[in-house]
Design a protein around this ligand. Sequence first.
Ligand code: ADP
Ligand code: MG
Length: 729
Amino acid sequence: MGIKIGIDLGTTFSAAAVLDKRKGIPVIIPNRDGERITPSVIQFQGKNVIVGSEAKDAYESGESGCTSAFKRSMGSDEVYCTIDSVGYTPVKLSAIMLRHIKNEVEAVTGETVDEAVVTVPAYFYHKERSATLDAARLAGLKVKQLINEPTAAALAYSIDHWRENARIMVYDLGGGTFDVTLIQMKSGGKIESLRTKGDHTLGGKDWDARLTSLIESKAEFEAGLTVNEYPQLHNAAMRAAESVKKQLSTKNIASLRLSSEDFGKFKTEIGIDEFNKATFDLLKRTTTLCEQLLSELNLSWNDITDILLVGGSTRMRQVSAFLKERSGHTPLMHVNPDEAVALGAAICVWSPQPEYNKGVAGSISHENPSKHTGRVGTETKLHNALSIMPSDVCAHAMGVIAVSADGKKYINKTIVPANSIIPVKCAESFHYYTGEKDDNELEIYMLQGEKTPLESEVIGKYTVCGIKHDPKNNPTVVSIQYSYDLNGMVHVQVRQQGKNADLKLIEDPVPKDMSKFSLPAEKVTASAQPQQLNVVMAVDVSGSMNGYPLKEAKKAMCHFVDKLRNYPGTPQVGVVAVSDRSIVVMKLDSDLNKCKIAINSIEEEMAGILNGADPFEDIRRMLRNAVGRRWGIVLADGRWDDQPKAVRAAKMCHELGIDIVGIGFGTADEKFLKDISSGEIESMFVGCNELVESFGKIAQEIGETSPKRLGRSNKVTAVSTWRAIGETQ
Ligand code: ADP
Ligand code: MG
């Protein structure tokens, strides 16, 4: 039997660790050169591949064939660098790095590596995680799990500092990225990561760049050397910067000497105050993110039990000093902050694995942290190491491209909310109009993130096959289930309502051009989408309608209902009578005969004598969840008591995509009619005996703005027929 290890595959440095069961703690496995961390730098020299410090030195002195920081491009299939005409993708380079680590561990321990946990940044999307797993497979590693870096760091910290209900802020400042994560320790040995935030363009390299400028300005001020005149000065200053930065993490003054052929020699000193001043805004950016994270969780610095420093850049003394000033806590630092992540991963190889949640988001425990038990013995440490269960949250929501309920635009309908504890399964149901065959297809675009379809990461496209058609032409309901597995990767399953097997999915390449989803949905879908028609007719039954007017109105409404018989699908009609109250005479129904009976049952003054009420709330309620085109036709006579309120209520209908058309006669107010109408069909002001004709005209116009049955096909772009049930965006 071999060993199980934890690997921190870092952007600048990587490390490996193993759980030492005798000591009850994880320990770093140094490489063959005795270094505890290995630079993530590779040099290709003919057939030789050099990894680590030697490659880093070569890189810094400008030798060819070197590559670094490829982790930043993880998830992209494009070639990251071409050396001697060979193109290398980030996956290939990461695989070389991982294989190197595996080989070093095996050489140093004399054991084979059986299994590994590999760490990834919490913000990694599905694609980057999947690329990391691919790299591990290529490197010949069996991966038990991917774990988020901050969770791993907290895990390493927890075996010594376990306090139930403690809230730990993990502050990770590495070479090129900054991340802050809030972790909650919970009963039953659970560690839950609550939320994470970061700036992936901020890291040690930015401090190096500031130092480079500082050195250059000193060279100019003290020796009259300028970069314009001496181009080599810039590279020399850059190379010196990191060493100055490191010196300043233990000393107050760092000295440096630069030399090159073009400018000769230059010697100077940089003091800690100068350095701190030149980089203060960078540091401030990190604490601002910490404070944003706290405020998103409605917490303050006082609610934090400890701050844990992770990442090589937290060795800069300004980090803990400023954090202490802002938060009042003295930050804790592992002896080697760049090792904590690998140590945590080594514990995770032994951790019990959590079960699938059903859409539970990470929750904050408001109980006080238990008392710290002081020194932790070896046995307890081992017990902790083997029993603490880390659980990550997904940093990104997962959704699907759907059509908004008003049918006007494409939206990203969230299925799994961000910050749900993984592994998690969530499902949402959608209406879908099938064609008339029994093998309808549907396209699914999986989105990661909460922004609009174009701004979110499209992580997959699938064709769902074999969706059955409803003989009554009703829209089919399909349920889409997403599951985030323990590695933070997402899987999809689709099922048709009423069926007990999943539908077949075919994975398609994600199209490069997604721009159609920025167009109004109807424009793309009009020809393909058979639209269900839903109409609510509301008639004024106040005293002024008594006799002939109401008789004409009922006749006109029945005439309208008869016209609907020529419509595609199964149009639905509802009827409302309004005067001092609004009464639903008939709910939305597709039985048109029943509807005519309901219209004929309307009586004078059945809802009072005056015009105290308006029908818009009833119209809205009746049509809110209806699928397809939604119309409210309002017949008004005389003036309504609270016209501004009625206009406001009508506008709420418009906002939901419900079209209103107002028909007035008698003493109705023409401006009011215009205000309640939503525009597609103009409001009308007519005489009593023109009512039948006007309703006929409306029926025709509704027909013209409603797509025809002929457009139906059995393969429709799913998104064009997706409709989020009850969605109001
Ligand atoms: P990553 O997670 O990005 O791989 P690390 O956590 O290993 O990176 O951090 C690397 C960064 O830490 C580099 O920018 C490096 O310059 C910086 N660093 C390492 N040691 C020190 C030190 N003693 N003082 C200041 N910065 C340091
Ligand atoms: Mg790191």
